[in-house]
Structure formats: C-alpha cells, structure tokens
Write a protein that binds this ligand. Structure first.
Ligand code: CA
Length: 384
C-alpha cells in the first residue's frame, strides 16, 4: 500500500441554504482537507436528505484521508450507491430515494505526485476558475443537458425548462451506477466550485464568475453565490463548496487552457428520474428514454456501430442468399423431376429467425458485444 498523500495547501469555504420556497434542505456537502463534495438528495418524506447524507458520509469515511487512485474514489461512490439502494429497498418510507454527487478528492500516486480526482453522477456540478475564466468540469446527467447538447434548447432555456428536474443518473436508483471521472493537476491559483442545481438554475455562469472574482476568500465566495441564488428566487435548496489551490504541483502557465475532453466508451440509455418525485422514480415513456443517451460532446457522439447489429445483418444476408439458392435449386429439381417435394421447400430457412436456421454455422456464435452493466465509465482524464 502506498502512502496516502500529504494534504496540499488548499483553502475552502462552504454554504448551504434551504432557499426561499422549500421547507427542507435535502442537499449535503463535505469539505475536508482531502475531500470535497456536494450531494443533492431526492425523494419524499425527507428520504432525499437521508440519501445525500449517506453519500456525504461515505465520502468522509472512505476518502477523508485522500486516495491512491481514481478507482478508490469510484469504489467509494459505488459503495454509497449500494447503501442508498439498499436503504430504499428495505424501508418503504425511503423508497425511490436517490442523490446526485459531485466530488473532488486529493490523489497521490506511487511517486507522491498529487493530483485531483473528480467524480460526478447527476446534475450537481464542479467548475474550475483558472486565469479569470470559468470552465465546467462535469457534464450534467440531465434531460435538459441532452436537449442542450443536441441543440434543441439553449443554456438559458434549460435553466427555466419545466423538466429541468429530470436527472438521468443518480445514486441509489439502480444496483449499479456509472460514474464519470477526471483527473486534473494541482495548479496554483485554481478555484474550484462544487454546487447543487439550486445555484445554476438561478445564477448563470457569467454571474457565477463575476461573484468568484469579486470575493477573495472561498467562504465569502460561497456565501455570495448562495445569497445570489436566493435573490434570484431561491426555488431550490442551494449548496456551494469553493476550494482554492494555494500551492500547485504544476505551473499555471502549462495548463491555462483547461480543455476537458469527455468521452464515454459505453453509452447506454440512462434512466430518467424525477428529482422532485415524492415516491418511486418516475419513468418516462420509451420514446423519451430513447433520447436519454448522453450525446454530450462531439467526442461522445462518435459511436461505433453495434457489433450485434452488424452480425445480425450478416446473418440475415447469408440466410437470404441461401434461401434463394435453395428455392432455385429446388425449382431446378422440380423442373427436371416433377417429384412433389414442395412441402419441404416451404420449410426452407426463414429469414426472420436467423438463430434457429440451418446456415448458422456460417455466423459467429457470439453476437452482441457484452452489455454487462458497468459500474464506472471513465471519460478521458485530462493532462496538463
Ligand atoms: Ca436540487
């Protein structure tokens, strides 16, 4: 086992508020020297509060001393998912509970080099401000994000869209969870912002940047962002964690252009979950679910044609050809020898059921690529 990293010089501040409309705060956060996170719980009867508390507590317990690898961080998220899922299925009052989670953990590899690991599930966000610019690190797993990504609505429209509460991934909804991950260098001067959607639905990115630039300390920045969300209506719980990197392991100039490249190896339709649903997660129709694939970036849109589809097409083609050959041969035989064998001809290979027909030996037996549920998908980590 490698030594855990020594804490880099970070400064942080955090603020959370119920907002102006809700009566309970179902958000939770963690702000410790080595781990920071925001969880936005969902589910009625205070179950959302339980889900987000489990997520935050698991981060604290498992990652409070940092982590040696991204896998360790993902394992903690998977553990939180399982705990929430189990709770939701063993307690009627907690049925359907879930939570988003966006988190940042200090990593150190064998050489002691420290980096930051990010994980995200759901529509809470992590931003980084570098050289006066604000960049989103995470990509929302939400219905409106997909509409934005596919050009159907604008960012501004997304923030007031009636379905902005529909998330496509959350902890606790299914036995497995896919986790987006990134690894970023420690760059002196970077300021990270982790927040729930109660901030970004009220305050646009330009104003978030303005407030980050106007507030020197992370605590003042967190307070100002929460206050701003409330001034804009405060329709949801709002939670903000701000982390400043005071000491960098890499020079800022080498990494001023933070370009986070997002790519998913395995894009499966995500489940649509109503973050405001009081009971079991709402499922939209199949048509809506079919649009819930995450075509977030051009990179993600580069999807390979499915192997299963190719093989199926091949099988159908082969069977079709053989059918024609059989029919022609049979006709030829029938022309030459008027024997009444037409009944056997009609039972020639059917093109509609390739798996049971004669020429199956020409088709490889493996069809679809393994579609096992993934517990983590790893977008390309970004180097300096
Ligand atoms: Ca929320």
């Amino acid at each position: 086992m490698t030594d855990l990293p020594t804490a880099p010089a970070l400064a942080w501040g955090a603020a959370t508020d119920t907002g102006r409309v809700r009566t309970e705060n179902e958000d939770a956060f963690v702000a410790l020297p080595m781990v920071y996170g925001v969880a936005d719980g969902m589910g009625g009867h205070a179950a959302g509060e339980i889900a987000s508390a489990i997520a935050a507590g698991t981060l604290r317990d498992r990652l409070g001393a940092g982590a040696e690898s991204v896998d360790v961080v993902v394992a903690a998220v998977v553990e939180a998912n399982a705990a929430i899922f189990q709770g939701a299925h063993s307690n009627v009052a907690q049925r359907g509970m879930g939570t988003t989670l966006t988190a940042m953990v200090v990593l150190a590899d064998d050489t002691g080099q420290r980096r930051l690991a990010m994980v995200n599930v759901g529509d809470s966000r992590t931003y980084v401000m570098r050289a006066g610019r604000l960049r989103r690190v995470t990509i929302d797993h939400s219905y409106v994000q997909e509409l934005v990504s596919t050009g159907h609505i604008t960012e501004a429209e997304a923030r007031s869209h009636p379905r902005r509460n529909i998330v496509t991934r959350a902890l606790g909804i299914e036995p497995n969870v896919r986790v987006d991950t990134w690894v970023l260098p420690l760059v002196q001067g970077d300021r990270y912002v982790l927040c729930s959607d109660g901030l970004v639905d009220e305050v646009d990115d330009a104003e978030i940047l303005e407030l980050l630039l106007a507030n020197a300390t992370p605590q003042d920045a967190a307070d100002a962002l929460v206050a701003s969300a409330n001034e804009h209506g405060g329709r949801d719980n709002v939670t903000v964690v701000v982390v400043d990197v005071l000491e960098g392991d890499e020079s800022p100039s080498a990494a001023v252009d933070l370009d986070v490249d997002l790519e998913w190896d395995d894009v499966q339709p995500d489940r649509l979950i109503d973050a405001e649903a009081g009971s079991a997660p709402a499922m939209l129709g199949d048509a809506a679910a079919a649009t819930a694939v995450v075509p977030v970036t051009a990179a993600a849109a580069r999807r390979r044609p499915g192997l299963g589809a190719l093989l199926f097409g091949l099988a159908v083609g082969v069977i079709g050809m053989l059918t024609i050959v059989f029919v022609l041969v049979d006709r030829h035989n029938a022309d030459n020898e008027p024997a009444p064998t037409t009944t056997t001809v009609t039972s020639a290979p059917s093109t509609t059921s390739p798996s049971t027909t004669a020429p199956s030996t020409t088709v490889p037996s493996t069809t679809a690529p393994s579609a096992t549920t993934v517990t983590s998908s790893t977008p390309t980590p970004t180097g300096p």
